[in-house]
Design a binder for this molecule. Structure first.
Ligand code: PFF
Length: 526
């Protein structure tokens, strides 16, 4: 039986359940597929500096902010923001719509991984993994709005959506939590095994050298910093409304900040581990070809996982086992992340429209499934995916973080009450620096970076793609997110928004300059 809190809301059954689920959301394709390439492209070892700065100045503080909003106002993002301050509901929908867009393409990458998991058994990509991936598997065409479905992608994609639907329909504790309790330890063991194997390959250390050798000049480049911040946001799943939703299912008395530190630490450790594993493997490949690691081609983006890796796997003794574990890990990691996104979207729809849990799970999964089939299992999938990823993560999510900081701290002035909320329930206490960090540093700093990035994308375009294409999949996609957020918040609230909802613990909602940081604990009221 699912557990319910005093307000009837389903809860995770333990803090471990919550932490594993939050780690499951954070550790995903972003760690294995995105991080190594992004780090490599943006200064290698030197990237670790902006990365760590981003983690400490924005990653962990905004993770706490997400947790505080969800835990105090007990709703998926739109409801939680609405309870905090009515007009803020739109921000909740903006974040949820952005997540929705991510889910649509994220599922496609999980589907590719699922196919490659099967292909790895007999190294089906043959001698030319590039041509296999692009021509035989994806059947990539020109940048156009293609409608011809590719069967090899369609089947695994349908499987992914059916699995997501089943887990969501089972609910928070019996579905999502259970999947994470099984998958996350399994993923960890499999991946550690993989990295150990990679480190014993000939040339592994040359690969690590290449990965860690700092290019200090990169630190002067604004694009490198924005890449670090967006990697942190994407990787920790923050500013997407998803951690707001996860925290809303946490019991009232729960040590939130300490859990956040565990999650952030686990996520970054996994990310580094993935970087080490991937580059050790690339070192092996370079040694086989007798070239420097830096001269290898295809070290970033989907090509890294789906072309370069298969090529290495084919050359490795016992490569098929390595391949099966590698692609299996991608599937596990990706799946626990996509269910977090979908839970966020489904819970938002459920609360707003007063649907049942199953009905909203079915509706949302079906819409996402149709869209991802239409957009990403066609011959133009790869380009569309890359473009959407670029705009959603470098612009959409950075904008979301800035809007969140400005609205919560400056417009609705909830920084102090949220800080006191976290302190009342957690053992790791937050000082006023936390409010300051989010309210001042984040908007100024992130704002500056965002402007730089927008200017580059407007003046230089992206990857030489035609402008109309960027207008559809880049700017158009963001426009869709904004319009959808506005419309969804304009629809009258039909679900249960209990008018006598009272946040617990009872704290003055207005900022109180002299209030003591740690209020006496209060008993939970029914
Ligand atoms: N954090 C996930 C990853 O690193 O792959 C991706 C993700 C999950 C992004 C959930 C956003 C989100 F809301």
């Amino acid at each position: 039986m699912a557990q319910r809190g005093a307000d009837g809301r389903e809860t995770w059954t333990s803090s471990t359940g919550f932490i594993l689920a939050a780690i499951g959301s954070a550790v995903g394709l972003g760690n294995i597929w995105r991080f190594p390439g992004v780090a490599y492209e943006n200064g290698g070892g030197a990237f670790l500096i902006p990365y760590l700065v981003a983690l400490l100045t924005a990653g962990i503080p905004i993770l706490f902010l997400d947790y505080a909003i969800g835990h105090r106002y007990r709703g998926a993002a739109p409801l939680a923001y609405r309870r905090m301050a009515r007009p803020a509901e739109t921000l909740g929908w903006f974040q949820i719509m952005l997540s929705f867009v991510i889910a649509v393409y994220y599922a496609a990458v999980i589907a590719w991984s699922l196919s490659y998991f099967v292909f790895a058994f007999d190294l089906r990509w043959g001698d030319d993994p590039r041509s296999f991936f692009l021509n035989d598997y994806l059947q990539v065409g020109d940048p156009e709005l293609s409608t011809s479905l590719v069967a090899g992608v369609t089947i695994p994609l349908v499987l992914v959506w059916v699995a997501v639907l089943v887990v969501l329909a089972l609910g928070v504790a019996n579905g999502v939590q259970r999947v994470n309790i099984i998958f996350i330890p399994l993923l960890f063991v499999a991946f550690v095994g993989l990295v150990v194997r990679a480190l014993t390959l000939e040339g592994a250390f040359a690969g690590l050298d290449e990965f860690f050798t700092p290019d200090w000049a990169a630190l002067a480049d604004a694009n490198v910093w924005i890449a670090a911040y967006s990697q942190i946001f994407f990787s920790l799943s923050i500013a997407f409304g998803i951690m707001v939703t996860y925290a809303s299912f946490q019991r009232r008395k729960a040590n939130m900040t300490t859990s956040g530190l565990v999650v952030a630490f686990a996520n970054s450790s996994f990310e580094l581990l993935a970087g080490i594993g991937v580059f050790a493997t690339l070192g092996f490949m370079a040694a086989q070809q007798n070239i420097a690691v830096g001269d290898l081609e295809g070290l970033t983006g989907p090509i890294l996982s789906f072309v370069t890796f298969p090529a290495v796997i084919s050359q490795m003794p016992g490569g098929n086992i390595f391949g099966v574990i590698f692609f299996g890990s991608l599937v596990l990691a990706g799946f626990t992340s996509i269910i977090s996104i979908l839970l966020g979207v489904a819970a938002s729809v459920q609360e707003k429209f007063g649907l049942g849990q199953r009905a909203s799970a079915v509706t949302v999964s079906a819409i996402c499934a149709v869209l991802s089939l239409a957009l990403f299992s066609t011959t133009s999938g790869l380009l569309a995916l890359d473009t959407v990823d670029q705009w959603a993560n470098n612009i959409g999510i950075v904008f979301s973080a800035i809007a969140m900081a400005i609205l919560v701290i400056w417009v609705f002035r909830k920084g102090d009450v949220l800080r006191r909320h976290l302190n009342a329930v957690s053992t790791f206490k937050l000082g006023r620096w936390w409010v300051l960090l989010i309210g001042a540093l984040a908007p100024l700093y992130l704002g500056w970076m965002l402007v730089q990035r927008v200017v580059v994308l407007i003046t230089e375009g992206y990857e030489g793609l035609p402008q109309w294409y960027l207008n559809v999949f880049g700017w158009g996609m963001l426009g869709f997110v904004v319009v959808a957020a506005a419309l969804l918040s304009a629809v009258p609230w039909r679900g249960r928004d209990n008018p006598d909802f009272r946040p617990w613990p009872a704290l003055p909602e207005e900022p109180e300059p002299l209030a003591r940081p740690d209020l006496p604990r209060q008993e939970e009221t029914r």
